[in-house]
Design a protein around this ligand. Structure first.
Ligand SMILES: Nc1ccn([C@@H]2O[C@H](COP(=O)(O)OP(=O)(O)OP(=O)(O)O)[C@@H](O)[C@H]2O)c(=O)n1
Ligand SMILES: C[C@](O)(CO)[C@H](O)COP(=O)(O)O
Length: 228
């Protein structure tokens, strides 16, 4: 049975503030999205990839994304990330076994991390990559005064990949639609459904390119990884 990856890359990159959406910016000589697709292409466990992009970029993306032979479809995104991933999900065959969701702007995911998430999703139904917080955490008010310090014990920063048995994610979408429920990631939909959600180790290198400084950091990570 098929293991499919959905790569949401249909955001506008408002926090990056560049003219072209950040997923198309060059990192170490090629588009950030291309780096991400290359990792999924290399990951032996993944059979096919659905790429979700802004409607007006579909032709341009088809030109470069289909150089990765596992890319089965390029589909148009939606208003929010959750809509975009759902559009990708709707493009999958119903006999898909496992669905891996990974942000197009997290180019430093590894095949090993993807494989670990697939394994956990097979076992538990749903799994997300995350790392424990290592800074002191404070609740801050709108005027930027500290309200209190939050106990960080048991608090983790969530990343992608987020990986699911197809049937579990389908049920999560149905529940979210019925309740008009939105979350910032797919894991939240599993919580809303009331099903178990396993956490697997993410990586400090698996950054999301969100702001300008992440691009600088990304170049350094790419350099470091190229040195081996
Ligand atoms: N409607 C959306 C919004 C986001 N994404 C994708 O979800 C991933 C993570 O989102 P984020 O970093 O928040 O990207 P943007 O929404 O582009 O950023 P911003 O919030 O700064 O506009 C990115 O690969 C982004 O392209 C998407 O496919 N569709
Ligand atoms: C899914 C995600 O990458 C987990 O960290 C993240 O929530 C998506 O980005 P956003 O900045 O919350 O839109």
């Amino acid at each position: 049975m098929t293991i499919a990856a959905i790569i949401p890359a249909a955001g506008q990159g408002v926090r990056m503030g560049t003219q072209i959406p950040k997923q198309f910016l060059a990192l170490s000589g090629k588009p950030i999205l291309q780096h991400t697709l290359d990792v999924f292409q290399r990951c032996a466990a993944v059979d096919e990839i659905i790429v979700v992009v802004p409607a007006n970029e579909m032709e341009a993306v088809r030109d470069f994304a289909t150089s990765a032979s596992k890319v089965k479809q390029v589909v148009a995104g939606g208003e929010q990330r959750q809509d975009s991933v759902r559009h990708g999900f709707e493009a999958l065959d119903a006999d898909t076994e496992i669905v891996v969701v990974h942000d197009g702007v997290r180019p430093f995911v590894t095949p090993e991390m993807i494989e670990a998430s697939i394994h956990a999703a097979r076992e538990e139904g749903a799994a997300i990559a995350a790392i424990p917080l290592s800074d002191t955490v404070k609740k801050v008010d709108k005027e930027q005064f500290v309200e209190r310090t939050v106990d960080r014990d048991g608090l983790w920063r969530v990343q992608t990949p987020q990986t699911f048995r197809y049937a579990v994610l389908k049920e999560a979408y149905a529940r979210a639609a019925a309740d008009a429920y939105y979350g910032t990631d797919e894991g939240t939909l599993i919580e809303h459904l009331g099903r178990p959600l396993k956490v697997i180790p993410g990586s400090e290198l698996n950054i999301k390119i969100t702001r300008a400084e992440d691009l600088i950091l990304g170049e350094k990570i790419a350099e470091l990884l190229a040195r081996g």
